[in-house]
Design a binder for this molecule. Structure first.
Ligand code: TRP
Length: 353
């Protein structure tokens, strides 16, 4: 069977290091593994509009930013099709048919939807489009016949809902849609990176993100101001590594090579953690090391960003060509769907009978 990846991000802001370890890095690895026949990476502007209807300019402004983030992380337009969701209207039509296969109470029980409704204080004023976005996401995935969907763990309920729609569709109309598998990041600590303030999630509105597009100096300042163990006041005090953002980031970003290069007096992360726990290791030293690890990870990304920032017309063409390719694929699936549902009225003269 053809191996196909579909995944994407809402363009509501620049992407941050949480997106990077939680999903972008994995995508690049999968892209370069050579195991996939087709890879589609979608800028989910239509989904972003479901809770930004009054601010389409915010979504618009971030399309190029997210495209630059993708290219700078190493997504390669020769290998991956980068496209914009709303430029593929077939996705909307699929959504409309899938809506009939899902109950309102099922969407209400979707944990991601629940959490997002709470986060946005929607309560009694949930936009219908927002409510339906898990269904639209199933359309995104199935339109490309994705076999693999690399995402962060917050998307698990979306994938479950998608699989239910696939099974329901195939049961009602006959085997048509492809059942997708979720691919989560390999490193456990990458499942969710906290904000630099120690809050559970990095989010633009909380102002606690390290962005992929931050300068070297921005990153250094943010790391040096990071929240650590509030009870670790003096260097001699024993410290806590569990729940300590600096150590969570080290779990995600440090590598044996970085110890050899930047902190050779420690054999690795376990020894560093043990020293911190027993006392005698200051936060500044750990943060300086984290900064070097992060800078080492981000330097190639920054370099590629500088390259693409100077070539906006090329980025524009990459997206435009990507949208065309994506639309062709989605149109073929939509044809299969309409045929399965027998709403392909003019494909032959059966309607006359
Ligand atoms: N929901 C994803 C996010 O919040 C974006 C997205 C839209 C997506 N459609 C998708 C991800 C399909 C994976 C598959 O960023």
């Amino acid at each position: 069977m053809k191996q196909v990846i579909l995944t994407g991000d809402r363009p509501t802001g620049r992407l941050h290091v949480g997106h990077y370890v939680g999903s972008l890095k994995e995508r690049v690895r999968l892209q370069n593994s050579g195991l996939y026949n087709e890879i589609y990476i979608m800028i989910a502007d239509a989904q972003a509009l479901t809770d930004n209807a009054e601010h389409p300019e915010k979504v618009r402004q971030n399309i190029m930013q997210v495209a630059l983030d993708y290219l700078s992380c190493g997504l390669d337009p020769e290998k991956s099709t980068l496209f914009i969701q709303s430029m593929v209207p077939e996705l909307t039509e699929l959504t409309f048919y899938y809506m009939n296969l899902v109950t309102v109470s099922r969407v209400q029980r979707n944990p991601t939807v629940k959490a997002e409704i709470q986060m946005r204080n929607f309560e009694a004023s949930i936009p219908v489009g927002f409510f339906c976005y898990p269904i639209s996401q199933a359309a995104d995935i199935t339109a490309f016949r994705a076999t693999a969907v690399p995402v962060g763990e917050d998307q698990i309920p979306m994938l479950e809902q998608c699989k239910e729609i696939v099974h329901k569709f195939n049961t009602v109309y006959g085997e048509t849609l492809t059942d997708p598998q979720i691919i989560l990041p390999q490193n456990q600590s990458c499942l969710r990176l906290p904000g630099i303030d120690g809050k559970a999630k990095m989010s633009k509105s909380l102002g606690n993100c390290i962005y992929l597009s931050d300068t070297e100096e921005d990153v250094r300042k943010k790391v040096m101001s990071m929240f650590t163990d509030p009870n670790h006041l003096r260097i001699e005090d024993p410290g806590r590594v569990e729940g300590n953002p600096v150590f969570i980031y080290l779990d995600a970003f440090s590598r044996p090579e970085y110890f050899a290069e930047f902190l050779p007096e420690y054999s690795g992360l376990d020894e560093l953690k043990a020293h911190y726990t027993r006392g005698g290791l200051g936060d500044v030293k750990v943060k300086k090391f984290l900064n070097r690890c992060l800078q080492a990870e981000l330097a190639p990304i920054r370099e590629r960003r500088a390259y693409w920032e100077q070539r906006p017309e090329e980025v524009f063409e990459i997206l435009k060509a990507g949208c065309e390719t994506a639309q062709n694929t989605a149109a073929a699936t939509l044809g299969d769907v309409r045929r399965a549902m027998r709403i392909d009225y003019f494909e032959d003269s059966n309607l006359l009978k």
